[in-house]
Design a protein around this ligand. Structure first.
Ligand code: ATP
Ligand code: MG
Length: 688
């Protein structure tokens, strides 16, 4: 029987209970739960939400901010389960109240901005640009300013966007951002300023927001006292999970939502901070207690409920080697004689075969596929494993990898929908118009220019006279676009309408129309689960569905499948068996970051996050022939990587080394102290 079903609070330990019940007094201040991996931070947060609701809080006035949509859904499920028990509901009987406001900062921002758009001079039909769109728009602005000549050494559009994004999210002036993170671009400061000005103006003219704007406009809106009071007042309680991975802008938003900290709860773990490349800063969590007039209540949790003692010992040892201080001593009563394993394999295909064998063996032993995960440093590292799993018919779902929405045909359809709704969105329009046979960039630009110059863009579109060669195809296209622009058209009927025009174009546009049609069928199926076109476009842009084996698409929810995930996307989750791939120097830490000591420490935390996902079984796999990139006096070269420096010889007794024939000496990687390659220093030097 489910223990929660009997007494939902009974399973909590005293510290967890303190955090759950905190704030019954009306003047209670902010609450911080800071604790190690698997200590029940997320569970405690879920119980706290349930407790608040059980004590009479209005679920519509609770804002729950999580790291992903999946995490929000999981949290909602947990809250529901506890509430059912508290309220004495029978499972399957009346539904517990749903949380209206659970999601990522970006998704919540998008929704608030839609609601408050008229108040802040924003078009209600604004389009959200994903990373690719944002890069393209930046590229256009770069081109228009004349920075993109063939001989120009001006930073590429992707780099420009990263610089811009970093300045926005870290709330830092451009010169600081350049000096610290992009020293090789510092000489372009004046041009970059002009470029960002042009980029911002283009977004505003076209009624588009990029990801960063979802936070930025939210923060700006909160600077208006009347709006701040209204928006802040909507939410009695604001709770944030994974607070260590928020950035300055997000912290500013929280402070504006709850200036005195009342009703504000944040939880996190400084040892798991892994998003500094997106301007997240661990200072947020460290500064939190002293940020308010009333000091925050701080609760720490030290008991780990997830992992066995040997897994915890090895994870603790990896993080303890760090020169940084993380104030945590985790313990568990889950004893086990099974140490985590350090497995040497020949190369990546050997690794793929090994993992597939292990996965099947575990399944024989009763561990379902869905309780097993392979984790890796970057999305491309799973290719060999994906091939092997496909060959053996082992189904899998991949998190944090290839984005369904980045496929060209999906973008085609979405750009039709977006442009019909926001006719000033140039990128969507540019793409949509060129779907017509015989229409190239020049014609597309003429159409869009005419629309941008008109007071009523749709009428300008209707009045547009295409050349004779295009005329026959123009009319049905025009009718589709105009029909799609009708706000009265219900969802998902508009998607059907768009597909009715688009599907017949597929064989002309692509060599593999059949596969693409299957993807679009999938898209139509997913569409039905969203309430409106706005919600569909927003959520799909911000947090696309995960890719599956077979083809890109939504997971096959009713089947058993194993999980492949980047470590970054595995945050907060747990599996009975975890395989960490490529535990090789040059991979963890990555060869991109073998410079700066801070970056190296972030890579250590990444390995710590990976290891602490495991409940019963943990394997770190080390391919002996894994090419890593190395810069030396002789220039760039590729060398075989050695075991990750985060698992030095001193830690080997905490692992079982496989294969057994490989003694400790043979398994030992040379200690490469002093051999760190200071790429960042060199790059800085090149520009000084
Ligand atoms: P992470 O740092 O990885 O996000 P976390 O601190 O959020 O971890 P949870 O995911 O909340 O930890 O909990 C880890 C596991 O421990 C879950 O399986 C959860 O159900 C279980 N757990 C948490 N608290 C208790 C408890 N008091 N008794 C039994 N199990 C618990
Ligand atoms: Mg958690």
């Amino acid at each position: 029987p489910d223990p929660v079903a009997r007494d939902p609070w009974a399973e909590l330990n005293p510290q967890q209970r303190e955090a759950v019940a905190y704030g019954a007094a009306p003047d209670a201040g902010p609450l911080l739960v800071i604790a190690g991996a698997g200590s029940g931070k997320t569970s405690t947060l879920a119980h706290r939400v349930a407790r608040l609701i059980a004590d009479g809080a209005d679920p519509n006035r609770i804002l729950l901010l999580t790291f992903s949509r999946r995490a929000a859904a999981e949290m909602e499920r947990r809250v529901g389960r506890v509430l059912q028990a508290v309220l004495g509901m029978r499972p399957g009987g009346a539904q517990p109240p749903a949380l209206q406001w659970a999601g990522t900062f970006h998704a919540v921002g998008a929704r608030l901005l839609r609601e408050y758009a008229p108040r802040i001079g924003l078009s209600e039909s604004f389009t959200i640009h994903d990373r690719g769109d944002a890069e393209d728009l930046m590229g256009l602005a770069r081109h228009e300013l004349g920075y993109s000549g063939a001989k120009s050494r001006f930073p590429l559009k992707g780099t420009c966007l990263s610089i811009y994004s970093r300045a926005v999210n870290a709330q830092e002036p451009l010169d600081r951002v350049l000096a610290r993170h992009f020293p090789w671009c510092a000489q372009w400061e004046a041009q970059l300023k002009a470029l960002f000005g042009a980029y911002v103006a283009a977004k505003q003219d076209q009624h588009v927001l990029d990801y960063d704007d979802l936070l930025l406009y939210w923060a700006e809106m909160m600077k208006e006292p009347a709006v701040a009071e209204e928006v802040g007042g909507v939410f009695e309680h604001v709770l944030v999970d994974e607070y260590q991975d928020t950035n300055r802008l997000q912290a500013a938003i929280l402070l504006a939502m709850k200036p005195d900290g009342r009703g504000l709860t944040v939880v996190g773990d400084d040892a798991q901070s892994i998003y500094s490349f997106r301007a997240a800063t661990v200072r947020n969590i460290l500064d939190f207690p002293g940020q308010f007039a009333r000091p925050a209540q701080v609760v720490t949790l030290e008991r780990n409920y997830r992992s066995t003692q040997p897994i915890l010992d090895a994870s603790n040892a990896v993080i303890a080697e760090s020169p940084e201080r993380y104030a945590k001593q985790l313990w568990t009563d889950r004893a086990s004689s099974q140490k985590p394993e350090l497995v040497y394999v020949s190369d990546e295909s050997g690794q793929a075969r090994w993992v597939a064998d292990q996965v099947l063996a575990r399944r024989e032993a009763g561990v379902r596929l869905i309780s097993q995960a392979a984790l890796f440093r970057s999305a491309s590292h799973s290719a060999a494993l994906e091939l092997e799993l496909t060959r053996r018919n082992i189904p899998y779902v991949k998190f944090g990898g290839l984005k369904f929405l980045e496929a060209a045909h999906i973008k085609d359809v979405l750009s039709l929908l977006r442009w019909a709704r926001n006719p000033l969105g140039r990128l969507a329009g540019f793409r949509a118009v060129q779907l017509l046979p015989g229409v190239g960039p020049a014609t597309a630009a003429r159409v869009l220019d005419a629309m941008a110059a008109a007071d009523l863009p749709r009428q300008a579109l209707q009045a547009f006279k295409p050349g004779a060669a295009v005329a026959a195809d123009w009319q049905p296209f025009l009718e589709t676009v105009l029909a799609l622009g009708d706000p009265a058209l219900a969802w998902p009927a508009d998607l059907d309408l768009a597909l009715r025009w688009y599907l017949p174009q597929l064989p002309r546009l692509y060599d593999d129309p059949v596969v693409r049609q299957a993807d679009l069928d999938q898209l139509a199926r997913i569409a039905g689960t969203y309430a409106s076109r706005e919600q569909f476009l927003t959520e799909l842009t911000l947090d696309p569905p995960d890719a599956t084996s077979g083809q890109s698409g939504a997971p096959l929810l009713d089947e058993d499948y194993m999980i492949l995930s980047t470590i970054h996307s595995a945050k907060g989750q747990e599996w009975r068996a975890v395989y960490v791939l490529n535990v090789v120097d040059g991979c963890i830490p990555s060869d991109m970051s073998t410079g700066d000591a801070d970056e190296i420490e972030e890579e250590r935390r990444l390995l710590y996050v990976a290891m602490t996902r495991a409940r019963e079984r943990l394997q770190l796999v080390v391919p002996q022939r894994f090419y890593v990139h190395q810069q030396s006096g002789l220039g760039d070269r590729h060398v075989y990587g050695t075991r990750s420096r985060f698992v030095p010889d001193a830690l080997l007794p905490l692992f079982e080394v496989l294969p057994k024939s490989r003694g400790q000496a043979a398994g030992a990687a040379p200690v490469r102290e002093g051999s760190r390659i200071d790429i960042a220093g060199r790059l800085r030097g090149a520009w000084s």
